[in-house]
Unconditional design. Structure first.
Length: 136
């Protein structure tokens, strides 16, 4: 599946929003973002600069993201949940934002809850297999 440039941009932006929601950026979160940014084709200097300034950046709009297809949205939600649980400090703000994005993309609550449970069960295990890889 070919992701649009807008989907790639929104995918990375969404992960950055999730990481920022709890007002801290941990090494496991950075590792996930870096891995996905590379897969999406972003330049190293771009995502490193963004990560460095993320918590102070007040210009990242945090509206739920609408993707071009449900498949891309589901991939993003799965990876977003993995990111939220990566640091073992899951905040309600992270989950609420991912739920709002799921609603924006017409993803069923049951699907979201199942993915969240799977992510919670793998808290602290930095699995580098991301849902994104299955749609690239």
């Amino acid at each position: 599946m070919e992701l649009t440039l807008i989907d790639k941009s929104n995918y990375l932006k969404g992960l950055l929003i999730v990481a920022k929601k709890d007002n801290q950026l941990t090494e496991p979160e950075k590792k996930i973002i870096r891995n996905i940014a590379v897969k999406l084709g972003f330049a190293t200097d771009f995502y490193e600069d963004t990560l460095r300034d993320l918590l102070a950046n007040k210009y990242i709009l945090e509206n739920p993201i609408k993707f071009s297809s449900k498949k891309v949205a589901e991939s993003f939600i799965a990876d977003g949940l993995k990111l939220a649980f990566a640091d073992e400090l899951v905040s309600e703000k992270e989950i609420d934002w991912l739920k709002a994005t799921a609603v924006e993309n017409e993803i069923e609550t049951q699907w979201f809850d199942e993915k969240m449970k799977k992510s919670k069960d793998h808290t602290g295990h930095l699995n580098t297999e991301f849902a994104l890889y299955s749609i690239l």
